[in-house]
Design a protein around this ligand. Structure first.
Ligand SMILES: Cc1cc2nc3c(=O)[nH]c(=O)nc-3n(C[C@H](O)[C@H](O)[C@H](O)COP(=O)(O)OP(=O)(O)OC[C@H]3O[C@@H](n4cnc5c(N)ncnc54)[C@H](O)[C@@H]3O)c2cc1C
Length: 411
């Protein structure tokens, strides 16, 4: 694959029209007002029939799980492709990120991480109880692993506890930086089993629970103020003696099926990292387009600044980044279509490179725009602030480096 197919271009153009009509006029309210992104995401889903597709897919997954498969995750025959599904997922991500990477973050966490974990790890009853509403965006989900004292050491350093008490569990702990945390209806919550044994805390079993807004003892903070990504609400969760039945323990077993809660947290690495690369591509494409237009328009000493070699160098580097990130995204799409997957090293390398490229391109766009680049009106300042987070969430740059090296060295 070296370019989007005709069909993919049609989808891209349709999404672009949606973004121009529904997102662009609301960027100010999303970024600097109090407009949560959820109604716009729901409109995207209904406009493109994504809710109907989600319902169909959900029915198939539950049926598969009920008929005795170990989980309901979509399965393909060995080596069979995904029929182009990866491209259709990534195109809206690229397009939305031209204006609003925060919307993609809020959507990706709710659908990809919260619903995705429940659909992969839940019993059929749990899928029905929480999965469908999240997949159709009737409800908003959060996925809570990060704690004030853990972060990159998310599993080992986790201190949130799940203590057995008769048939119930008592949950305690704080989570931070949780996307959709302030508004989530449904929360996938990770905690360490505290069974009174002398197993060191670092090595204890990690269990995954599903919580609903309003459970006694669960507090959801207001959104944090932050550097960028304002259209994606981020907050804290405080759990104080939250009592839950086994029906809220994902899979309804403490057995570490398919690696248990620890592996559940890692299930998402490849898809999440490919998603960030697509987000980076959207930011890079937009910054490049805005920069080229500005380089032609801005006149100094009687000439457009685009005539200056130092400005040309910036544009050339942006184009190199665009081509590289696009090729990485295309490679992921091609592999998925062929029924293959990126290795951990490849997915991490893709995320590392794309995140850095998006940050650099956006900052260079600010520079190229001069004082206007520093002003919100010209949009590159927002994209620069938003792109920085690509290097932090879904595993920091430094963690990607460790994953690449670990994967290479164990071969
Ligand atoms: C906007 C936003 C949304 C988020 N959404 C969610 C969410 O929905 N759910 C959730 O659970 N979490 C979420 N996170 C948390 C995110 O995953 C963490 O911020 C990230 O994993 C880094 O953890 P930390 O912030 O604690 O940094 P730390 O882990 O404290 O890292 C501090 C610094 O040390 C470096 N470092 C750490 N380990 C190593 C190492 N081994 N070698 C070298 N350097 C190292 C890091 O790269 C970083 O530069 C979100 C974060 C942000 C900013």
């Amino acid at each position: 694959m070296f370019e989007w197919s005709q069909e993919q271009q049609m989808v891209r153009d349709a999404v672009r029209r949606f973004v121009d009509a529904e997102v662009a006029p609301n960027v100010e309210a999303l970024e600097h007002g109090d407009l949560p992104p959820y109604d716009i995401i729901r409109k995207l889903y209904t406009t493109f029939g994504m809710d109907a597709v989600a319902r169909d897919r959900f029915a198939r997954q539950v049926e598969r799980a009920r008929s005795g498969r170990s989980d309901g995750a979509p399965r393909r025959e060995e080596g069979a492709g995904d029929g182009g599904a990866a491209a259709m997922t990534l195109i809206p991500i690229v397009e939305l990120c031209r204006y609003c990477p925060g919307i993609v973050t809020a959507m990706g966490v709710s659908v990809g991480l919260a619903a995705g974990t429940i659909m992969k790890r839940g019993t059929p009853a749990q899928m029905e109880r929480w999965g469908l509403d999240l997949l159709t965006l009737d409800k908003i989900g959060a996925w809570a692993i990060t704690e004030p004292g853990s972060g990159s050491d998310a599993l080992g350093g986790m201190l949130a506890t799940a203590r057995r008490d008769g048939d119930e569990y008592v949950l305690n702990g704080n989570k931070t930086f949780i996307t959709n945390g302030p508004y989530a209806d449904t929360i996938v919550f990770y905690a360490k089993l505290d069974d009174g044994s002398d197993i060191p805390v670092r090595d204890r079993k990690v269990l995954t629970f599903v919580l609903d807004r309003g459970l006694p003892g669960l507090e959801q903070s207001k959104p944090f103020r932050k550097m960028g990504l304002h259209s994606s609400p981020t907050g804290e969760l405080f759990l104080s003696d939250v009592r839950v039945g086994r029906d809220r323990l994902l899979g309804e077993t403490e057995e570490e099926r398919d690696g248990g809660g620890r592996e559940s947290a890692k299930d998402n690495f490849v898809t999440e990292r490919a998603g960030v690369a697509a987000m980076a591509l959207g930011v890079i494409e937009e910054c490049l387009a805005l920069s080229v237009a500005y380089a032609k328009d801005r006149m100094l000493w009687g000439q457009p600044i685009g005539d200056r070699q130092l400005i040309q160098l910036k544009l050339a580097k942006m184009e190199v980044a665009r081509l590289n990130v696009q090729n990485l995204v295309f490679r992921h799409i091609e592999l998925s279509a062929a029924g293959k997957s990126l290795t951990l090293a490849e997915a991490s390398a893709m995320k590392l490179y794309s995140a850095q490229a998006a940050s650099e391109v956006a900052m260079e766009a600010v520079q190229l725009f001069g004082g206007n680049g520093y002003m919100a009106e010209y949009r590159v300042e927002q994209l620069a602030r938003d792109a920085k987070v690509f290097q932090i969430y879904a595993g920091t740059d430094e963690i990607q480096v460790t994953h690449i090296a670990k994967d290479l060295l164990r071969r």
